[in-house]
Every structure is written in C-alpha cells, then in structure tokens.
Design a binder for this molecule. Structure first.
Ligand code: AAT
Length: 282
C-alpha cells in the first residue's frame, strides 16, 4: 500500500509527496504538527496540513530570508526572529560572527522539540550561545518588548491560525518601533500567483508600505510551496537593498551558500510585470 501526503494548494490544485514513513504526529494547543520521511524530498514538516519545509528545498527559503538582509547590512548585531521553530533561519544567522544576539520567539514549543528530534539539520544551531528562545506569541512579544533590533525576520506560517496576528498593522507598527535607526524588516510574504496567496501578499505589502520609507518584495523559487513562486517582504528605515548593496563586503565574509549569491540578491528584486503591478498598487 502506498502512503501519500496531499495538500490542496487551492480548491482546484493538489500537491502530493509519496511518504516513506511518518516520524511524528502531535496536536499542540496551537496547531497540528506532522513530520514525514520521503525518498524524493527527504524529511518534511507539515503544520495544519501545509508544507512548512522539506529537507530538499529548505536551503532556498533560509538562504533568502537571511542572506539578503544580512548582505544589505553586514554590520547587523541584534536580530529578532518571529516564528521559525524549525531553526533553519537561526542556523543561517549563526554563521555571521558579527551577530551578537538572536531572540527567537516561537509560539509553539512542540514545533521546536519535534524539529530538534527529527530535523536536526535545521534545528542544530538553536543551542548556539547567542540564541535566546522565547515560547510566546510573536504579537505579544513585540507589544511588550523595549529592545532595539537591527534586523527583524518574520518567519511565519500563512495568515490563518496562530500566524494571523503577524500580518496585522499593529504587528508591523510594533516591529517598526523595535527597529534601530537603520533597521531592516524581512517577512514571509506569500505568493503573487494563486489568488488567495496574492490577496494576502497585497494586504501585507500595503500595510508595510504605509509605515516604512523603503518597502520592496523579492522573489525566490520554492518547489514545495503553492506555484513554486514565493516572496519575502523587505522593509527598511535606511538601507535600500540594491542602491546600498556592497557585494564585495558580503563576499569578503567567505560564506558558502547553495542558493544565495550576490547576483541572485540583485536579481531577486527584479520583478515580473504582473508582480510589479501588484506591489506598486497593492
Ligand atoms: N522556516 C520555514 C518554516 C515556517 S514555520 C513558521 C513557524 O511560525 C511555525 O513554527 C509556527 O509555530 C510559528 N508561528 C505561527 N504563528 C506564530 C506567532 N503568532 N508567534 C510566533 N510564532 C508563530 C514558515 C513556513 C512558511 C509557509 C509558507 N506557505
């Protein structure tokens, strides 16, 4: 008998991966969490039925969520990560010797514990001594916090369930206030392709654009997310990710990356016409 994981990406489109084995299944107070193993995509994490990451393509997501802002300002010292319980974002951040402190705020302890056990490749750096884990709703954390961060990364689920609050105006305002004078905000910004993702993307862009002097989106190819064409938002108080980008400075760090490079950095901000239109007029 064959076992398949299937995700309805829209009401009319389905995406499936053949499952070798179920490694974990748990229901937390927030969501349903599953981890499966497969021949083709390796181990993969599902939350509330939706693909969060697979071992095969997580490098694309985590390279792009971290190295684009870090290469824009390699002097970042204090970082706040909201969500990201699998640890992939923190893993990439810890490669920068200049980063002094990483606060990671994940609502669901069960995600972290399951990933530490079954996805050690992403979770391996969560015990780095610069990392402080906070098990709390990101919305409440940013409401209360008085810290200043050079970079905030919103590595969140889609705006349904616990992730919903992380797509609100209040949340973005709090992030703005927690950012230093030259701070950068990067957020998981859905996709321009299917209607329901595009709607959420436009709403998020509209809110962020109204707050930050610099607000853009950049794209990356994520084979296991709906349509494979996915976006991150880049908002900043000072640095433009293209005009202020100094490729030599990042290259001098000597980091080896599988997806990100300084050409991809520039290219990722060059948007197809239909996406450009959506962003110009969200
Ligand atoms: N690194 C890629 C994986 C993710 S997982 C997103 C994480 O956000 C989950 O662990 C979830 O528990 C956490 N999360 C959701 N809501 C909140 C909240 N309010 N506060 C803190 N953490 C939260 C991202 C996948 C993107 C999928 C795109 N389709």
């Amino acid at each position: 008998m064959e076992l398949w994981y299937t995700q309805p990406q829209t009401d009319n489109i389905r995406f499936s991966i053949k499952v070798k084995e179920e490694l974990f299944s748990g229901k937390s107070p927030y969501q349903q969490i599953n981890i499966f193993d497969s021949d083709e995509m390796g181990r993969f994490l599902i939350i509330d039925g939706i693909v969060m990451l697979t071992s095969k393509d997580e490098f694309i997501y985590h390279d792009m969520i971290v190295h684009v802002p870090m290469a824009t300002n390699p002097d970042v010292k204090k970082v706040l990560v909201i969500g990201g319980g699998d640890g992939g974002t923190v893993r990439e951040l810890t490669r920068y010797a200049g980063i002094e402190k990483i606060d990671m705020v994940e609502i669901d302890r069960m995600v972290v514990e399951a990933c530490q056990k079954y996805l050690p490749l992403t979770a391996s750096k969560l015990n780095d001594k610069r990392v402080q884990l906070h098990f709390e709703n990101g919305m409440e954390f940013v409401r209360r916090s008085k810290e200043k961060y050079d970079l905030i990364i919103v590595d969140s689920t889609d705006p349904i369930g616990p992730g919903e609050g992380l797509f609100t105006m209040e949340f973005y305002k709090c992030c703005f206030n927690l950012l230093s004078e030259d701070g950068i905000l990067v957020n998981q910004c859905e996709s321009p392709f299917y209607e329901k993702n595009a709607k959420e993307m436009r709403k998020a862009v509209k809110k962020i654009k109204s707050l930050f002097p610099i607000s853009k989106v950049y794209q990356y190819n994520m084979p296991t997310y709906p349509s494979g064409h996915w976006l991150f938002g880049f908002a900043s108080k000072k640095y433009d990710p293209i005009k202020d980008f100094k490729p030599e400075k990042w290259e001098a760090l000597g980091l080896e990356t599988k997806y990100y490079n300084t050409d991809v950095h520039i290219g990722s901000f060059m948007l197809p016409t239909y996406v450009r239109k959506m962003v110009e007029n969200p």
